[in-house]
Design a protein around this ligand. Structure first.
Ligand code: FAD
Length: 519
């Protein structure tokens, strides 16, 4: 009997060893992926770029990077991982332009799909002119390329982000918010149709009419239900020029009531944003570097005295033959506002220059080595009724000395968002986006260092929670299921159901840290 037992034990050991080896074959080495027949290719070495993002804080090295040359490459890879079943740890993350902040486009020891590898081909973009123009684009396309292509037809998308070197799939997985959102809604409100590869490797078309649940789920879905491979984006006639205006306020209530008035006014501006200027005595001129004061004498006498100021930023589209009419409209709108009269600054720029404005700062920051630093950004959506409480504590107390980067603040109408999408919003009809776009000085232990900024972010979040402001994070980052459930609130059930339907093994976008692959 002892002999039989030991043979049995030996067999179990051998079987165990084989099983572990088979699993390791899938997990620890590229072997099974190498068998795939692809138009593009998989790379198993030198993949450090896929373990980085704009946030510059999280670094997870993938096992492989897929450089697809077709949608079928993406489907084949995902189907392969799906067929490996729950026994394998392999996950898959689409990487757009990698401008996430906390590793959301990374996949630790998984497959990262370099979505940009088959963009930038003009044939990938098809502009359809006519009464309701639209453009069909590839999911890995950069918005800046879409702008240049559609402008050839005198058209452009309606809703933007402040920075255009981001991909369609990346922004549609969040929302895509900028100063046009008060009128057109976010980018996810301006999409007619998507092509999506689900977590089972199926390629599906979806829209309001076809696979509607998948369509709404993917929009704002944090990459959880499928990879967006194509999108049909709504267009409008593009203006040639933009009147770009900045005015200052020292009183927060006047600033916000003017913003709220303008987002609902008739014939209003085409773009409405704002930002906070904290303790910028020496640098005050920076905020208007390419703007001209309407009254240079008065403007030169304006002193900020270290006060916290609020800058309202506006833009009105125009074509040169309509300049007089545009000037009159602007004059009328400005006459209704309560800004500090000596602080009216104007600029007139081509539409492309206006939309691509952040890229100018990027080039400058890159040249000084200040672009690839840690970015502990915090983006919040705050109900209108709570914005004063928020401002008092955050701008008046937590950040009264320094801000370590721009702070954007502007209101939008909830009615311009579709509540069937996955985007999570505050309860009220009007809410503010407040974006703390901080940069940390690497290895500094002072107020410009990462630790200090993270502590300030935490103080802001703790305050919002303690004061029950009903704030939601935009580009949310949580690490526990409890936090994610609280974030989604009553929408959690639908989010879970969609996950079960479209990515039941939790293969997709593991860097969001919402679901963990069952193994
Ligand atoms: P990535 O970082 O590559 O991916 C983001 C997430 O989407 C990941 O989970 C990824 O797996 C998933 N994903 C990527 N591609 C796809 C796809 N094709 N299908 C499905 N899932 C996919 N946001 C705004 O709303 N408004 C702004 O004004 C704005 N300005 C910004 C300015 C800068 C300088 C930066 C760095 C970011 C800004 N953002 C803004 C945030 C930005 O929209 C998001 O970080 C967005 O995810 C970045 O796009 P990306 O292509 O780099 O995506």
């Amino acid at each position: 009997p002892t002999g039989i037992l030991s043979i049995r034990s030996f067999m179990i050991l051998i079987l165990g060893f084989i099983t572990i080896n088979i699993n390791l074959g899938f997990l620890g080495t590229p072997s099974s992926l190498q068998t795939l027949s692809l138009d593009g290719h998989l790379s198993f070495e030198e993949n450090h770029h896929a373990a980085r993002d704009f946030g510059n804080r999280y670094k997870f090295l993938p096992l492989a990077v897929l450089h697809p040359k077709s949608v079928s490459d993406i489907a084949t890879t995902i189907k392969h991982v799906w067929q490996m079943g729950p026994g394998s740890e392999l996950t898959v993350a689409a990487r757009g332009h990698g401008h996430s902040l906390q590793g959301q486009a990374q996949a630790h020891q998984g497959v990262v799909i370099n979505m940009e590898s088959f963009s930038r081909q003009e044939s990938q973009m098809q502009v359809h002119t006519g009464r309701n123009p639209y453009v069909d684009v590839y999911g890995g396309e950069l918005w800046i390329n879409i702008l240049h292509e559609t402008l050839k037809y005198g058209l452009a998308p309606k809703s933007w982000t402040d920075y255009l070197h981001l991909t369609v799939g990346g922004t549609l997985s969040n929302a895509g918010i900028s100063g046009q959102a008060f009128r057109h809604g976010p980018q996810i409100s301006n999409v007619h149709q998507l092509e999506v590869v689900t977590g089972k490797g199926e390629v599906l078309n979806c829209s309001e009419k076809q696979n509607a649940d998948l369509f709404h789920g993917v929009l704002g879905g944090l990459g959880q239900f499928g990879i967006i491979t194509r999108a049909r984006i709504s267009l409008e006639p593009a203006p040639k020029m933009v009147k770009w205006i900045r005015v200052l306020y020292s009183d927060f209530s006047t600033f916000t009531s003017d913003q709220e008035h303008l987002i609902s006014a008739e014939n209003t501006f085409d773009y409405i944003e704002g930002f906070v200027i904290i303790n910028r005595t020496g640098l005050l001129n920076n905020w208007r570097s390419s703007f001209n004061p309407q009254d240079p004498v008065q403007a030169s006498q304006f002193k900020s005295d270290g006060r916290t100021l609020f800058c309202l930023e506006l833009a009105k589209h125009f074509n040169p033959d309509k300049i007089d009419k545009t000037n009159k409209e602007i004059e009328k709108l400005l006459s209704q506002l309560g800004y500090i009269s000596s602080t009216l600054f104007l600029s007139e720029v081509p539409y492309v220059e206006f939309l691509d404005r952040v890229h100018v700062s990027e080039v400058k920051l890159r040249s000084k080595g200040l672009w690839e630093v840690p970015h502990p950004w915090l983006n919040l959506l705050i109900p209108r009724s709570k914005i004063h409480d928020f401002s008092k504590e955050v701008f008046g107390n937590i950040l009264s000395n320094t801000s370590n980067g721009p702070i954007l603040i502007y209101p939008v109408h909830k009615s311009k968002w579709d509540n069937r999408t996955s985007a999570v919003l505050p309860e009220e009809d009007v809410f503010y986006l407040v974006a703390f776009l901080t940069s940390a000085v690497p290895s500094s232990t002072g107020t410009d260092g990462l630790e200090h900024i993270l502590t300030q972010n935490k103080r802001i979040l703790d305050f919002c929670e303690a004061a029950q402001l009903g704030v939601k994070q935009y580009l949310p980052h949580y690490t526990t299921l409890t936090e994610w459930r609280a974030h989604f609130g009553p929408r959690w059930e639908v989010f879970m159901q969609r996950k079960t339907a479209y990515d039941p093994l939790a293969i997709l976008a593991p860097g969001q840290k919402i679901f963990q692959k069952a193994i």
